[in-house]
Design a protein around this ligand. Structure first.
Ligand code: ATP
Ligand code: MG
Length: 179
């Protein structure tokens, strides 16, 4: 299936948008969402679909976090790839089930259904969408919590156009939000 559009998408702006959209969810869970942007890679693709990718992953992170939890959303570059990583400090997933969470309708604990109410489709949509964009997605336990890492081919880097001044003092910055 081809992509409907091929937009240039700075990942940082996409992260800001999705974190803002989930501010109320995070607040209800008293969760702090921190963004860390060491680089500003730009990817190409369907912005609406890639927004759904991060939205599904961040919603899960909030959902499966404990009250007063912390969630870290990191954007960086690794060779020719843009990396978008979301780590929470919640329940994590049994190692034997890590591969299965990307299967449609798979849920680790059906008894959680009453509290979280999900269908088990979010990560299947994430995987399908990321593959459609020529990327990959993995999950691993970060002890505690889950780390979801999305890799996408890079279109360009905003760092390429930064002045020497910005480059020397602006490469690594952390913005903390209390959502
Ligand atoms: N951050 C996380 N921490 C712990 N478990 C997780 C996390 N993300 C996903 N899971 C587990 O993986 C399962 C599949 O996730 P997925 O997003 O596909 O479905 P869902 O959240 O249950 O429902 P939906 O996204 O369709 O509303 C979840 O039911 C949960 O058991
Ligand atoms: Mg989900």
């Amino acid at each position: 299936m081809p992509l409907r559009t091929n937009e240039q998408i700075p990942l940082r702006s996409l992260v800001d948008e999705v974190v803002d959209a989930n501010a109320l969810n995070a607040l209800q869970k008293r969760c702090q969402v921190a963004g860390r942007f060491t680089q500003s890679p730009v990817v190409t693709g369907d912005r609406a679909l890639l927004t759904r990718v991060l939205d599904n992953v961040l919603r899960n992170a909030i959902e499966y976090s404990l009250i007063d939890g912390r969630i870290e959303v990191e954007v960086r570059q690794d060779g020719g790839e843009a990396v978008l990583a979301v780590r929470d400090y919640g329940t994590g997933v049994p190692d034997s089930m890590l591969a299965s969470i990307f299967e449609p309708f798979f849920r680790v604990d059906e008894s959680r259904e009453s509290s979280t109410g999900g269908l088990g489709l979010g990560l299947a949509i994430v995987k399908r969408t990321v593959l459609l964009h020529g990327g990959s997605v993995t999950a691993r336990n970060a002890g505690p919590g889950l780390l979801i890492t999305v890799r996408l081919p890079i279109a360009a880097s905003k760092d390429d156009t930064l002045s020497g001044h910005r480059r020397s003092d602006g490469l690594s910055q952390e913005t903390n939000r209390v959502a």
